[in-house]
Design a protein around this ligand. Structure first.
Ligand code: GTP
Ligand code: MG
Length: 200
């Protein structure tokens, strides 16, 4: 699926602010600095679409983009950013979890993980939370250009292994690099199949 038309729809800081639209949505979430905004720019082939940050925790709101007028991509703020105040962190947790649990448009979540690192507790916990809430998700291991392929694959396998402690099925996984474009075609194909399956 080639993305020919991308429009920024709006930003939102609560479920009520989300676009009044019935486009099916796919949300991108992960730790601060994991590469969400970069991946979104890579998927859409638009360098300046989502703001890429030098300092983690830059994206504080949910940003909605329509893709080919067919579906919407949602850039969610990064979790686990220690420098924001506890109050801000709570607010974030509240609006993001409210969105994820209550948004009827949501068809799938891409949980981004940094492929350079072995499984991190906060990411495992978040994947557990997605399972508890029966949210369909896929794992995306980012920044693969930064390590050797065997390190990336080892970290992916370790994550899947650790997930077995609380999950029965195995999620779909992608290996991506926003620098080389690795994984882009696979994510597009996945969204396309999900849209067809959902009758969108
Ligand atoms: P927040 O909005 O702060 O939560 O961050 P984010 O997850 O949106 O990350 P962002 O895309 O802003 O990227 C963070 C840093 O990682 C930037 O310096 C990017 O240039 C770098 N980066 C992101 N993706 C890749 C990648 O695939 N390869 C390499 N080498 N660097 C990347
Ligand atoms: Mg961002």
């Amino acid at each position: 699926m080639k993305i020919q038309k991308v429009n920024f729809l709006q930003s939102a800081e609560s479920l009520n602010d989300c676009p009044k639209s019935d486009l099916p949505e796919f949300a991108f979430i992960g730790r601060s600095n994991v590469g969400k905004s970069s991946l979104i720019n890579c998927l859409t082939n638009k360098k300046g679409l989502a703001r890429v940050s030098k300092t983690p925790g830059r994206t504080r709101e949910m940003n909605f983009f329509s893709m080919n007028d067919q579906w919407a991509l949602v850039d969610l703020p990064g979790y686990g950013f220690a420098k924001v105040s506890r109050k801000q962190q709570e607010k974030f947790n509240q609006f993001v979890s409210e969105y994820l649990i209550n948004r009827p448009n949501l068809r799938g979540v891409f949980l981004l993980l940094d492929s350079r690192h072995p499984p991190q507790k906060i990411d495992l916990e978040f994947s557990g939370w997605l399972i508890e809430n029966q949210l369909p998700f896929a794992l995306v291991f980012t920044k693969t250009d930064k390590s050797k392929a065997r390190v990336v694959e080892k970290n992916r396998d370790l994550f899947l292994q650790e997930m077995k402690a609380f999950s029965e099925g195995e999620p779909v996984t992608f290996l991506t690099s926003s620098n080389t474009g690795q994984g882009r075609a696979e994510i597009h194909a996945f969204v396309h199949r999900a849209l067809e399956a959902g009758g969108a």
